[in-house]
Design a protein. Structure first.
Length: 281
């Protein structure tokens, strides 16, 4: 066995990272983790103001850097502009984090057609579009991590897709387009893994449970205690949980992981099957 240091296994310093929806919520948590560990991070979101504010905040933390590239991922022309700007700045993209997404809850009878259009576009379609347009930069990164004279990629380029546990099971609330789109994202991620792994580009999904974010804020205010009581670890996800998982997938430690869907949920999926032993019948 070759010798190695544990500290080097999770090293992402110097890597170029693009995170969509990176100005707040889970995207900001991931961006913070990469910047704090020395990566060069580009963040994108619809709000130019939010992007610039987050970049300023993270640059003050260092030692990595954060660059704002605002774009509305629902608009194809915005995606094209984002790629043009990124390509003008970088020759390779080591990590693409597809995090931008939307949710919608409504009754079965009242669920609007526009909700499906919006969520399928943003949560699935644009993940494919952005990944497709990032391929030249991802392939360049894969070549950097290859072994000269061999078709071996010891440090592949990475695609990390942010999914949801709602795409792994049937939710107990009415989020039809959200759960369907996240299930679609999970399968798209596996499809990309099978196709792009041969080129030194891995594709994996982090299926998140509840985290403190704007999307979850109202739900946590209303039924936060109920949600916590259904999770075996008895808490909501913290920034370190999602940042650490993303860094693992982007580092040497996660370089052999491809086509995986990691449930980052404190055991909520299995907790649905087993009642809390402290609960009285």
């Amino acid at each position: 066995m070759s010798s190695f240091q544990i500290s080097n296994l999770f090293d992402v310093s110097g890597k170029v990272v693009l995170i969509t929806g990176g100005s707040r919520g889970i995207g900001k948590m991931i961006a913070t983790g990469f910047v704090r560990n020395g990566a060069k991070v580009y963040i994108s979101s619809r709000s130019e103001k939010d992007c610039e504010a987050t970049a300023k905040e993270l640059n003050a933390l260092g030692p990595g850097t954060c660059i704002p590239l605002p774009a509305d991922m629902q608009q194809l022309e915005h995606v094209d502009r984002l790629i043009k700007e990124l390509s003008a700045r970088e020759k390779a993209l080591h990590v693409l984090v597809n995090n931008a997404g939307a949710a919608w809850g409504d009754t079965l009878e009242d669920y609007p057609d526009t909700a499906f259009t919006k969520l399928l576009t943003l949560n699935v379609h644009r993940v494919f579009t952005l990944t497709q347009k990032c391929l030249p930069l991802l392939r360049a990164a894969a070549e950097q991590g290859g072994v000269v004279g061999e078709v071996v990629y010891k440090d592949p380029a990475r695609i990390i897709n942010i999914g949801s546990v709602e795409g792994l099971t049937v939710p107990n609330h009415e989020t039809y387009a959200y759960s369907a789109s996240k299930a679609g994202l999970h399968h798209l991620s596996r499809h990309l893994a099978g196709r792009l792994g041969w080129e030194g580009i891995t594709s994996n999904t982090i299926a998140c449970g509840p985290f403190e974010s704007k999307m979850m804020a109202q739900t946590l205010r209303e039924i936060g205690d109920v949600i916590r009581n259904r999770i075996p670890l008895q808490r909501i996800g913290a920034p370190e949980d999602i940042a650490g998982t993303a860094i693992f997938l982007a580092s040497r430690a996660g370089s052999y992981v491809n086509g995986a869907t990691i449930a980052l949920d404190g055991g909520s999926l299995v907790g649905m099957q087993i009642m809390n032993p402290s609960t009285k019948l």
